[in-house]
Design a protein around this ligand. Structure first.
Ligand SMILES: [Zn+2]
Length: 219
C-alpha cells in the first residue's frame, strides 16, 4: 500500500487537535488498560504544546459512562466497568498537559448506548464547524476502537485527517487489530504523521498555504 506520508507539515488556522480518551482506566493500573497506553502521553503533550502555542483548537474526548452502562460485562457488554463518570478512572491522565481552553467532549453518557467515536451522540461536529475547522489531528486511545471510529466519522463528516501514528496504542484483542485499524484508517484517507514532521515556523500572515486555505484572524 502506498502511504501518503508528507515530509513536512505546517499547522494552519483551520486545524484542530483531537485527543481521544486518554483516561486513567485506559492506562496502566486502570480497569481497561491499553498495553503501553502511557507512552502516548509525552508525545501528545508535544502536540498539545504545538497547538496551544499557535492558539489552535484542542478537543479531548472521554468515555463518561453511567455506573451500569450497557458496555459493561454485568449488563451483557464486552468490557469490564471503566470510565464511570466522576470517578478517578474517568479522569484524564494527570500528566496529560491539556491547555485550559481545551473543549472536553463526553461520550457514551447514556445507559443503553455505547459510543466509540467522539462524534457519536455528541456536539463535536457542530463545534468544529462553528470554528471552521477543516483538518483534524487525531491521536490517543485506543487505535482499534475509539481512535478508529473517531477517524472514520471525521472522514465521513468531510474533515481531512492526520493520524498521529506516534501517539496511538492498540488494545489488540487479536494481535493485529491495531495494524488492521491503521490500514483501515489510511485506506479511508487518513494520513499517518509523526511529530517530527511538524514545522516550527509560524507562517506569516497572507502566505499561501499548501491547500490554498485562506488564513484569517479569529474574530
Ligand atoms: Zn467505554
Amino acid at each position: 500500500m502506498e502511504l501518503r506520508k508528507p515530509h513536512t507539515l505546517e499547522l494552519e488556522a483551520h486545524d484542530a487537535l483531537v485527543v481521544v480518551d486518554v483516561q486513567n482506566d485506559f492506562l496502566p493500573g486502570g480497569s481497561l488498560a491499553v498495553p503501553h497506553g502511557e507512552e502516548v502521553v509525552p508525545v501528545l503533550n508535544r502536540y498539545l504544546s504545538a497547538f496551544h502555542s499557535r492558539r489552535l483548537a484542542v478537543y479531548a474526548t472521554r468515555d463518561w459512562h453511567p455506573p451500569e452502562h450497557c458496555s459493561f460485562k454485568a449488563q451483557g457488554g464486552i468490557w469490564p466497568p471503566h470510565c464511570v463518570a466522576e470517578t478517578p478512572g474517568a479522569q484524564f491522565a494527570s500528566d496529560l498537559s491539556l491547555p485550559p481552553e481545551t473543549t472536553v467532549i463526553s461520550k457514551a453518557t447514556e445507559l443503553d448506548k455505547d459510543a466509540y467515536s467522539g462524534f457519536e451522540g455528541t456536539d463535536l461536529d457542530a463545534r468544529l464547524r462553528d470554528r471552521e475547522i477543516k483538518r483534524l489531528f487525531i491521536g490517543g486511545l485506543a487505535t482499534d476502537y475509539c481512535v478508529l471510529n473517531t477517524v472514520k466519522d471525521a472522514i465521513r463528516h468531510g474533515y481531512e485527517v492526520l493520524l498521529l501514528e506516534d501517539a496511538i496504542r492498540a488494545v489488540n484483542v487479536n494481535p493485529d487489530d491495531g495494524l488492521k485499524a491503521e490500514e483501515t484508517m489510511q485506506g479511508l484517507g487518513a494520513r499517518p504523521i509523526h511529530f517530527e514532521i511538524l514545522t516550527t515556523r509560524v507562517s506569516p500572515a497572507g502566505s499561501a498555504s499548501p491547500e490554498g486555505v485562506e488564513e484569517t484572524e479569529e474574530a
